[in-house]
Design a protein around this ligand. Structure first.
Ligand code: ADP
Ligand code: MG
Length: 391
């Protein structure tokens, strides 16, 4: 789960991590009041969406007077903000953060993430703050300093020193930074975060470190023990079909391609996406209908996949272990009676009662159902159907 910058900063503040003053507003008429309360010489108006790169897209603006604050808020609130992380369609800005301006001496990057290779949380720092860290990582990887933190020993002085040396900090700066980094580690582990990014972490003219930007992602499997974080969920920022799928126990993730996928089991769903790519196609989604797929879940699956207008063909790839393929075959027929599926449906049913299932589908003589012999055959057929190119 993701949260907004202003929410991440509330959590930071609880842990004593320095942030600039700020107030989130949803209405233009609250702009002046917010800026007045914050005070200071200048303000920064920031779009709150679950995507980075807002500055470049026009979602971060500076204001020197209250009139300017109002003007900049009016420009950002309600705008459709396109950044490299939103995709070309962009995101509607419904919340704006009015923050106090900070005089910046230097911008750094500081982040934490779970590193799956070392199986440990890793803290990363860089002098290349304010830039896209992915670009820094690919062009000048030596500029990113990393420390692995064994959760059993926690964050230690030597971790902080290694990062601080790499960042070229002075002795005094190092002291302030160590405190900051150690609190950051506490936030990360207490809140079961899967990622924290502070880009930029800034050094002010008074040699203080302030988190100027904040991004936090959380491990969904641990959310049950963080009701405070669950409350921060902003459904406006999530894909409506993903929310609906969750209600029915389906794991659905929308993607940009045109081949709809309906699969049982996350592993099979992943390999289905791989093989579609291998055949030159592009999956439109990840959809795991669950180990115990039924006619109902299949019907719901179709409904959800078909909400995506990019989908040109659907690959139903079900392995009958616990579920019986003949039931799924009947389920598909029932579902196609209920929901009009006008695009080609390539069906591969393997495992328990697969022969019975094949007969059911053949006898049904439904025009748009294409039977597949195996996984590779199904992938070929569905990619051909979606692209209109026969292989
Ligand atoms: P994004 O990463 O989405 O573009 P940031 O919060 O990182 O948004 O803001 C972009 C840039 O705007 C920062 O790198 C910083 O230079 C400047 N900036 C952001 N907030 C402030 C602030 N409170 N005071 C001064 N400059 C700021
Ligand atoms: Mg940033």
């Amino acid at each position: 789960m993701n949260i907004h910058e202003y929410q991440a900063k509330q959590i930071f503040a609880d842990y004593g991590l320095p942030i600039q003053n700020g107030i989130m507003i949803r209405k233009l008429e609250d702009a002046r009041d917010a800026a007045r309360k914050i005070g200071g010489d200048f303000w920064v108006i920031k779009a709150q969406i679950h995507a980075g790169g807002r500055g470049k897209g026009g979602g971060v603006k500076f204001a020197k007077t209250l009139d300017e604050v109002e003007k900049k808020v009016s420009e950002i609130l309600g705008m459709n903000l396109v950044t490299h992380q939103t995709g070309p369609s962009g995101k509607l800005v419904k919340r704006v953060y009015v923050a106090g301006g900070v005089d910046i001496k230097k911008e750094y990057y500081l982040g934490m993430v779970l590193d799956r290779t070392s199986e440990m949380p890793v803290m990363m720092a860089s002098t290349e703050g304010g830039m896209e860290i992915e670009k820094v990582a690919s062009r000048t990887p030596e500029k990113i300093i990393k420390v692995e933190i064994d959760p059993l020993i926690g964050f230690q002085g030597f971790h902080a020193r290694k990062l601080a040396f790499g960042m070229g900090l002075s002795k005094d700066q190092m002291r302030t930074f160590s405190k900051f980094a150690s609190s950051l580690y506490r936030v990360y582990s207490d809140k079961d975060a899967s990622l924290i990014e502070i880009n930029p972490l800034v050094l002010t003219n008074n040699d203080e470190f302030i988190a100027l930007d904040a991004k936090m992602n959380f491990d969904d499997n641990a959310l049950f023990r963080h009701s405070d974080i669950q409350k921060m969920r902003d459904l406006d920022e999530e894909e409506p079909t993903e929310i609906e799928a969750k209600k029915y126990g389906l794991s659905y993730v929308k993607l940009d391609g045109n081949v709809g996928c309906m699969v049982n089991g996350a592993g099979l769903a992943m390999s289905t996406m791989d093989i579609i790519k291998h055949e030159g196609g592009d999956p439109a989604n990840f959809l795991d209908v669950g180990g115990t797929a039924s006619a109902e879940t299949v019907a719901k699956g179709f409904e959800i996949i078909l909400k995506d207008k990019n989908v040109k063909a659907i690959f139903v790839n079900i392995f009958g272990g616990i579920v019986r393929c003949d039931r799924i075959a009947n389920g598909i027929l029932e579902a196609t009676k209920k929901i009009e599926v006008k695009i080609p449906l390539v069906v591969r049913l393997d495992g328990t009662n697969s022969k019975k299932a094949a007969k059911i589908l053949q006898n049904a003589k439904t025009e748009n159902i294409i039977n597949a012999d195996d996984l590779a055959d199904g992938a070929k057929k569905v990619v051909s159907a979606a692209t209109g190119v026969l292989k």
